[in-house]
Design a protein around this ligand. Structure first.
Ligand code: ZN
Length: 181
């Protein structure tokens, strides 16, 4: 299928609060305007938003599917032209192969996720996807300490697990100077 179309992998990365999901939705809404079938997948570990749809500012609805394993995307991907994956850092390395297969099948894959954890260590799946992507967008946030551009996610709690799903109570965006690993 889709033999005439070339698939691609795009990555949108950056620290917490840098607007990665917004940018993902913006690209998918533009796909909808172009009459493409679009869908967002997110890891079931992220239950902050339970809705089945993501609703954008201009009231467009995008179907959002919670999955546990990256391979589950294949169960839904048949009719979809543009596949968004949010919070991609929560997936293990199998997400890389899944993205390759989908892109080789002619689909446009748009990955959004944190490039590095709260210790500034790269998330492995994201590091590989960044290396394999055709197009990369690195977003910045604003440093909560000094107002400069921020590329680091400062954790505010003592929790030492790599994955701690959280919002503004657990994390702050920081610049290189203000980041304390
Ligand atoms: Zn700063």
């Amino acid at each position: 299928m889709n033999k005439n179309r070339t698939g691609t992998i795009e990555v949108i990365c950056g620290p917490m609060f840098s607007g990665k999901t917004e940018e993902l939705i913006r690209r998918l809404v533009r796909g909808q305007i172009a009459k493409k079938n679009v869908s967002i997948f997110k890891n079931a570990v992220d239950n902050r938003y339970s809705d089945e749809y993501v609703v954008s500012h201009n009231k467009n609805k995008i179907k959002c599917q919670s999955i546990k394993e990256a391979e589950e995307i294949f169960n839904y991907s048949n009719e979809i032209d543009i596949i968004g994956i949010d919070e991609t850092q929560f997936f293990d390395l199998s997400i890389i192969d899944v993205c390759h297969k989908l892109a080789n099948d002619g689909k446009r894959i748009i990955i959004a996720g944190l490039d590095r954890d709260y210790k500034s260590i790269p998330f492995e799946s994201m590091a590989y996807l960044l290396a394999h992507a055709e197009k990369i967008t690195k977003l910045s946030s604003i440093c909560m300490s000094c107002g400069d551009y921020a590329y680091f996610s400062q954790r505010l709690t003592d929790d030492e697990s790599q994955i701690l799903v959280g919002e503004s109570e657990e994390y702050e965006a920081r610049c290189r100077k203000c980041f304390k690993p």
